[in-house]
Design a protein around this ligand. Structure first.
Ligand code: PLP
Length: 352
């Protein structure tokens, strides 16, 4: 049984923290003359003022798109900032730990390392599912956070919602479900069970399906208590004015976005079929993300060959479970065709 209790999980220094009070958080109301924040009074492009620290307008738009309440939403400078903030909220350096799985996204580990927080890294099963028995053994350790990536990067495999729910029931820390690729999947988001578990935190991003990696906007969903704690420790102006405005502008065109997502899914599925035909790959994994992972003993020569031809892919050599992996992001139709043509050329001309 989970004995999750937010005050027990929280670091002592955060419990007693007086948050930094920025000019724009202290004054709430309307005014004509702003002489509180040492800004320049000269306005050239509309960026001489500090931005809304709590991104009210952008959150309202996102809450509406995602079907959540704004009070359950936190925005970070990319999800990477949210990962770091969660670790700093709950993990005492040199004492506490996080639980992660391998192979998976490695930012959780880097962020823990930066914060001097221990990492309990559990290998996934041979089918890239969660190792539930091993997980049980470390659940009652010094681990405060547990990171589950679904669809999992770099394989693209889903962790089913009922498994996530059962982990929330057992783990006394916070379960962070990273859904960076959820829009490419047919599986429902963990947002559908968010209100049932106080220790569930869902992480999403505008960097992938929403096409805004350059803007840096990550989304965190959780109970009001957790969102308020994040607001206490975040850098006051973590989302710039330009970012908030551009995101609002780009979020307007829902049908365009839905169409690009549908196209990526279709291209991913046909890329899978084409890659399966090549004798170079010992394994081509089905993916619910916007990428496909393969394994090949020609990992390095193929990688080098593609680079030489101006096509950059990602090497994912993660032994023992995933040696010699290559990850292809789904691109535009002509880019995927170029990739496939080069792979065929590499194969036919024995360039390895
Ligand atoms: C790409 C990715 C992210 C996104 O990070 P941002 O900082 O929001 O760009 C988060 N998690 C995973 C697993 C990813 O692959």
């Amino acid at each position: 049984m989970s004995t999750f209790e937010i005050n027990q999980l929280l670091r002592d220094n955060i419990k007693s923290l007086t948050p930094y009070a920025s000019a724009r958080t202290e004054f709430k109301g309307t005014a004509d003359v702003w002489l509180d924040a040492n800004e320049s009074p000269y306005d050239e492009l509309g960026y001489n003022r500090y931005p809304d620290p709590l991104q009210k307008e952008l959150k309202e738009k996102l809450a509406q798109i995602k079907g959540v309440e704004t009070q359950n939403l936190f925005l970070g400078n990319g999800s990477d900032e949210i990962i770091d903030l969660l670790i700093r909220l709950f993990c005492e350096p040199y004492e506490d730990a996080i639980i992660t799985f391998t192979p998976s996204y490695t930012m959780y580990i880097t962020s823990a390392n930066i914060n001097a927080v221990e990492v309990l890294e559990l290998p996934l099963t041979a089918t890239f599912d969660l190792p539930l028995k091993e997980l049980e053994k470390v659940m009652n350790s010094n681990a405060k956070l547990l990171f589950i990536c679904t669809p999992n990067n770099p394989v693209g495999r889903i962790i089913p919602l009922d498994i996530i729910a059962s982990i929330c029931k057992k783990f006394s820390g916070l379960v962070v479900v990273d859904e960076a690729y959820i829009d490419f999947s047919t599986t429902p988001s963990a947002l559908s069970i968010l209100s049932e578990y106080k220790n569930l935190f869902v992480l999403q991003t505008l960097s992938k399906a929403f096409g805004m990696a350059g803007l840096r906007i990550g989304l965190g969903y959780a109970s009001v208590e957790i969102i308020e704690l994040l607001n206490r420790i975040k850098p006051p102006y973590n989302i710039s004015q330009a970012t908030q405005e551009l995101a609002l502008e780009l979020l307007k065109d829902t049908s365009q976005r839905e169409q690009s997502i549908a196209e990526v899914i279709e291209m991913r599925n046909s890329l899978y079929i084409e890659l399966k035909k090549s004798s170079l790959f010992t394994k081509v994994y089905r993916s619910e993300g916007n990428f496909i992972l393969v394994q090949t003993k020609y990992c390095t020569p193929l990688y080098n060959y593609l680079c030489k031809k101006g096509v950059v892919i990602r090497k994912r050599d993660i032994p023992p479970l995933l040696p010699n992996g290559l990850r292809f992001t789904v691109g535009l139709p002509k880019e995927n065709e170029r990739l496939l043509a080069l792979i065929t050329q590499f194969e036919n001309e024995n360039l390895y």
